[in-house]
Design a protein around this ligand. Sequence first.
Ligand SMILES: [Zn+2]
Length: 265
Amino acid sequence: MILTSENYYMQEANREYLSVSQYKDFCGTLGKPPCEELALAKLNGEWEEEMTTPLLIGSYVDSHFEGTLDLFRAQHPEIYTKQGSLKTDYKKADEIINRIEKDELFMKYMSGKKQVIMTADMFGVPWKIKMDSYIEDICIVDLKVMKSLRESHYVRDYGLMDFIRYWGYDIQAAVYQKIVEINTGKQLPFYIAAASKEKETDIEIIQIPQEWMDDRLMEVQKNVPKIVALKNGEICPIRCEVCDYCKRSKVLTGAIWPDNLLGEI
Ligand SMILES: [Zn+2]
């Protein structure tokens, strides 16, 4: 199928194409354990990711820069109070947008083509990506609105981690860079244009090191055959037992030890 902004997130598109968010469901990130059963439940339409306020704030800011904020506001009446004014969280989103627009460099990185879709065959499967700001021949930029940019996250066996690796944005960088390279023949740098939701909004343009992308891409290559086998129903999915999907569908079969409560992350 040909992907458009209308069908990009549809189930049919997700079954035909692999995406970074699907990959992260199947293989996890440092901050989120993999859940193969959740990933398949989403593909089969048995589970829908809840549209949380943080996700909605991200989309709100994205749609502003895409020039579609009016449409977004019309499609999301839940962002308004009963009296018809914007809820506090979205007033904050407006503040973040204003802060970003005051910064010349940030705006330069946001000056590319918005929400550009590309597809390519990589490691034997079709992939889809959607770029926040694509500056042809120059760079790929992804906009992230985070709780904080400097907060560190503890990961067992790794120690303290920045938000980029914790949430697998280095995986996104690696895949986006490669898909663009397959389409254009050019390997472009990848930047996260980040803003925080703190009382005083923090902003940064963060370049992802090439070594990180090279390493992540090798891991992606290693994991793709398993994802394909899972999507084709050739192997049985493993449950994480900690995500909302697993909580809802779990059936107890016996007692556990306190040690089991801490899990892997
Ligand atoms: Zn799970």
